[in-house]
Design a protein. Structure first.
Length: 128
């Protein structure tokens, strides 16, 4: 599994690029950026916690994404000022939306299924 860390990192960078691009192209729905954000979190956790099972990464990713989304309900002045920065806008978001929760759930589920399928596929090719 450790040999895949570099591949996950390349995927991580690609997802960041696609996520930023999705915010710059007006005809791409905003939920695609949220979905990609969740996939990015999943991939980042996979890089850091490479030895963990995919289901553990999926649950932790959901908890982080949901936590960040619910944190948007916290409206203290210092948090509002932090959200006005580039970091705050991209990492913490601007406002709570239930549709973001749905997008995060789908994004992480998609990442999980793709990972399980590709790892199973590559494992079968190696053992054949």
């Amino acid at each position: 599994m450790k040999k895949y860390r570099f591949q996950y990192f390349i995927i991580f960078l690609g997802i960041i690029f696609l996520g930023i691009l999705s915010r710059k192209i007006s005809f791409i729905p905003l939920c695609i950026g949220d979905l990609l954000y969740a996939v990015m979190i999943y991939t980042l956790l996979r890089i850091i916690l490479i030895e963990k099972k995919a289901i553990e990464i999926m649950i932790l990713s959901l908890l982080i994404c949901y936590g960040i989304e619910f944190l948007q309900l916290y409206q203290e002045e210092w948090m509002i000022e932090l959200r006005k920065t580039l970091f705050g806008r991209y990492v913490l978001g601007q406002g709570f939306l239930w549709t973001d929760i749905i997008a995060y759930t789908f994004g992480i589920a998609i990442a999980f299924v793709i990972e399980k399928f590709t790892l199973k596929h590559f494992s079968n090719q190696v053992s054949a």
